[in-house]
Design a protein around this ligand. Structure first.
Ligand code: ADP
Ligand code: MG
Length: 440
């Protein structure tokens, strides 16, 4: 029984440390809104970068013609084309292909990588029928590139650094659009890169195309980020000419947000880290209480060994004896012969970690609504938040908790005018849609 008492102590401490009462979430939302303002004020003025995307024309749904998209973010990239049929028909047809990038190209040279990408794009275009553009117009391409870039226009951006599995030194500091354009010319591919965006901006574009009340695009995937539409005259740090539309999409880069109540936001709210947090708790549980009898902890000691899809599977286990939890503990962590009580404890740990993530995710969104003045009161214009990413898409309890917490934070009245929706595949189609809207 001493073992159980010790174990319960670890869980109780976690429960307390991860508590997110509404009062704390309201502080987080207010701090997020405050950082947003500070980031718009001056470059480097806040923890959220609030980068200008230079996207000043979002798709309206009236675009017509054939447009291409390229999505490079992880180990795969995707090429796609969409045929837009105007306001009545919208997307008449779309086709896409996923291509995995040979690992050696991820640490080779810039011209090898972009040569490969342009080559695959060329093949895709050539295999499609009826791709001749009417009256000799150039093919327009939107490029979703989910790495940090510094932009000075909608169709250019210098790479700040690589992240994830990529490290191609000679590309750092270079304009990735120019690199791609050069590679396409070498392939004899007659295409024009109309826009360089990231996945949050793409999600916003993909959703606003169908629904003009969409105000923000948010990603909860491996990482997290958000983009929203700001009034151009509310961006003091912007020195250039104001766009005709009066709007500017801001790429928040909110993963780096933190506050006195909170360490770095992305580490608490994104798929890359939730499994790892649970692993650390389970290791502590094991060392402190010895509840997982007779294991050597070697798997439990391996960083990032337990992944978010694993904790999601355990968290959603509805079998009466928690068979899936037993299976995952055994297969992934080599923890055998757990009691039902212990398995319930593991589920509770997943719940504590995922619930905190979802509630903080809702607080971030409430922060955006606060900045837009749409977080309270009555008779607000309808506001839709478009969300994409594997964590939101597949982790049902995360998603449900996010949605209910947003309701809790906004209150009954303001909730009526706010909707959250899953925007599938924004990073691909959004790029093509922005190519269409920018080239109009
Ligand atoms: P990316 O963010 O890399 O572009 P995705 O949006 O597809 O990719 O998100 C992938 C992430 O989603 C994974 O790293 C993982 O953390 C999370 N994820 C994927 N599947 C699940 C799942 N079944 N349950 C919980 N999280 C998942
Ligand atoms: Mg993605």
């Amino acid at each position: 029984a001493a073992v159980e008492v010790e174990a319960e102590k670890v869980v109780a401490e976690l429960r307390e440390g991860c508590a997110t009462p509404a009062s704390l979430l309201r502080d987080v939302a207010a701090a997020m809104a405050g950082e947003m303002g500070a980031g718009l004020e001056k470059e480097g003025g806040s923890r959220v970068k609030m980068l200008l995307s230079y996207v000043d024309k979002l798709p309206t749904g009236r675009e017509e013609g054939l447009f291409y998209g390229l999505d490079l973010g992880g180990t795969n990239f995707r090429v796609l084309k969409v045929h837009l049929g105007g306001s009545k028909k919208h997307v008449v047809n779309s086709e896409s292909r996923e291509v995995s990038i040979p690992p050696h190209l991820m640490s080779g040279t810039s011209s090898e990588l972009f040569g490969f990408i342009a080559g695959e794009l060329g093949k895709f275009v050539a295999e499609e029928e009826g791709t001749d553009m009417p009256n000799g117009k150039k093919k327009e391409l939107g490029f979703t590139f989910s790495f940090p870039v510094r932009q000075r226009s909608v169709a250019s951006g210098t790479l700040v650094k690589w992240t994830k599995a990529f490290s191609i030194d000679d590309a750092v500091g270079e304009d990735v659009v120019a690199e791609l354009q050069t590679a396409m010319v070498k392939q004899g591919l007659d295409m024009h890169v109309a826009a360089l965006i990231n996945d949050a901006v793409g999600t916003l574009a993909g959703a606003i195309y169908y629904d003009e009340d969409v105000v923000a695009g948010v990603i909860f995937g491996t990482g997290t980020n958000a983009a929203y539409v700001e009034k151009a005259n509310a961006i003091p740090k912007w020195e250039g000419e104001l766009p005709n539309s009066g709007d500017m999409v801001i790429n928040m880069e909110w993963g780096n947000f933190y506050s006195s109540d909170l360490p770095i936001y992305e580490k608490l709210t994104s798929g890359m880290y939730l499994g790892e947090i649970v692993r650390r708790v389970l290791l502590k549980l094991s060392l402190q209480s010895g509840i997982f009898s007779s294991i050597d902890n070697s798997k439990l000691k391996t960083c990032f060994h337990l992944r978010t899809p694993h904790i999601s599977a355990m968290h959603h286990d509805e079998t009466p004896d928690l068979k899936i939890v037993a299976e995952k503990l055994h297969q992934i962590l080599e923890i055998k012969d757990t009691s039902l009580e212990t398995r319930k404890m593991v589920v509770e740990i997943c719940d504590i970690v995922a619930r905190r993530a979802a509630r903080l995710a809702a607080a971030g969104i409430a922060g955006i609504l606060m900045k837009l003045g749409r977080n309270g009161g009555i008779d607000n214009p309808r506001s839709v938040i478009a969300i994409d990413g594997g964590l939101f898409e597949h982790y049902t309890k995360f998603r449900e908790c996010l949605e209910s917490t947003l309701g809790e934070l906004l209150g009954e009245e303001a909730s009526k005018s706010v909707a959250v929706k899953h925007a599938n595949d924004g990073s691909g189609i959004g790029a093509a849609l922005i190519a269409a809207s920018q080239s109009r």
